[in-house]
Design a protein around this ligand. Structure first.
Ligand code: PLP
Length: 449
């Protein structure tokens, strides 16, 4: 048996994978990714792929970053572990909290650490309860989130998320309510994107009124829905959401697990959309995916309320602010600070507009969209009527496989194709990526006809 076959055999026998169809694994074997370099990953059989997804939206600086590796190695020598409970800290947790705050919107100056985005969303729920307790309004427990959102896989994260196929597999937390997403193309709306965006935002106001404004604690949303299909809201959407949150004093939680640390060409997408969140949820790219780390950036008004309690905050994780993860994050922020945020905003956004949007000309593509360095393609049966394929997900799965065949990792969400490539690419790489995507679309179209 080859080494690859041995891995596949052991994997099929012993490994329960996240978000994976086990029957598919048993049929085809897992794809074993054995090494990586720059923006490329390599399968154990040697197949080279341009990673258009930066891993799982996390390796935004690609896979080769010696400075991060060195920071990890040095930290392991200096202090491999200590915790941040019971009045303790260590240098890296402190330095990182300061470094993140310095890059955050001006009114956000405090950081709480978790290991992941899911835990950070769960932690936000806990902090929100404590915030309203401090303000003497403990009845404010209702949370509003959106359909088709992804906020993680813990019970809190998955309840906040609006993915029906996930909710089917467990009993979601009570008192979390969902409104429609601002998905103009998907709704096949016959009104302008801005009119649609305004209506979608006003669903929040309707829901607050339905639940009773004194019962609503917070609104959770991704700035751009990522896993749900890179749903870029119309320009009118976020200003109206901010107005509603302000008017009803609802806490605004912006889940920037994907978009934080540069994906829109700003340190945080909240800045790009002019938002004043109470919490920014972060994870993934904060360490370039090299160490697990997540957390919450907390606004001054929420910090003040949280600190007004005289009892201990009874919440935290053994690895909250793990020194090795914090060291990796500090090195990542250092590298990002060396021109990458501007590069995304200026060079890579332009390259996406020039090359990625041109994929909209392909007969299979109903809409190509992008923002910063993220893009999506809607695969449709008929462009003019936006008619979808009968079995949602079939065209997407074919296109994902065709893309791998063409040497590119693209992700499929139903029949929406997604990319979020590493910032180390340049304009000519974006052209190359787009050519591979076009090739994948051609192969898919042939298979579908
Ligand atoms: N929130 C968003 C917007 C995400 O995209 C994800 C993961 O993809 C999460 C939360 C969950 O993060 P994690 O997988 O680190 O728990």
């Amino acid at each position: 048996m080859t080494q690859l076959k041995q891995w596949q055999h052991a994997d099929a026998a012993h490994h329960l994978h996240p978000f994976t169809n086990q029957a598919e694994i048993n049929k085809t074997g897992t794809r074993v990714i054995s090494h990586a370099e720059g923006a490329y990953i390599y399968e154990a059989d040697g197949h080279k792929l341009l990673d258009g997804m930066s891993g799982l939206w996390c390796c935004n600086l690609g896979y080769t970053q010696p400075k991060i590796n060195q920071a990890i190695a040095e930290q392991l020598q200096e202090l491999p572990y200590y915790n941040t409970f019971f009045q303790c800290t260590h240098p890296r947790a402190t330095e990182l909290a300061e470094a993140i705050s310095q890059r955050a919107p001006a009114h956000m100056n405090r950081v709480f650490y978790t290991n992941s985005g899911s835990e950070a969303n769960d932690s936000a729920i806990r902090m929100i309860h404590r915030y309203w307790d401090a303000l003497g309004q403990p009845q404010r427990k209702a949370i509003i989130a959106r359909d088709n959102a992804y906020h993680g896989s813990t019970i809190g994260g998955a309840s906040l998320g609006g993915m029906a196929f996930m909710h089917k597999q467990f009993t979601p937390l009570e008192n979390i309510h969902h409104i429609a997403q601002p998905y103009w193309y998907g709704a096949n709306a016959d009104i302008s994107p801005d009119e649609f965006g305004l209506q979608a935002a006003q669903e929040l106001e309707k829901k607050i009124q339905e639940l009773g404004e004194n019962n609503v604690a917070a609104f959770f949303a991704e700035p751009i829905q990522g896993a749900g299909g890179v749903i870029i809201p119309p320009q009118s959407y976020w200003p109206e959401i901010q107005r509603i949150c302000d008017q009803y004093s609802i806490l605004l939680v912006v889940d920037e697990v994907i978009f934080g640390f540069g994906r829109t060409g700003h340190w945080f997408a909240s800045e790009c959309y002019g938002l004043t969140p109470d919490f920014i949820v972060f994870a993934k790219a904060v360490t370039n995916g090299f160490q697990p780390l997540g957390g919450l950036l907390i606004s001054d008004r929420v910090s003040k309320a949280l600190l007004s309690h005289t009892d201990d905050l009874a919440h935290g994780f053994t690895y909250s602010g793990h020194p090795v993860a914090c060291a990796a994050a500090l090195a990542t922020l250092d590298i990002l600070s060396d021109g990458y945020i501007d590069k995304v905003r200026i060079e890579l956004s332009q390259a996406m507009e020039d090359y990625w949007l041109a994929l909209g000309e392909h007969p299979l593509v109903g809409e190509a969209r992008c923002k910063g360095f993220v893009g999506a393609l809607e695969l449709v049966k008929d462009k003019s009527s936006r008619k979808r394929f009968d079995k949602n997900g079939k065209a997407g799965a074919l296109c994902r496989d065709a893309s791998l065949q063409s040497g590119l990792v693209m992700r499929a969400t139903g029949d929406t194709m997604i990319i979020a490539p590493p910032f180390i690419l340049d304009r000519s790489d974006v052209k190359d990526l787009t050519e591979k995507a076009w090739q994948a679309l051609d192969i898919t179209l042939k298979k579908l006809s």
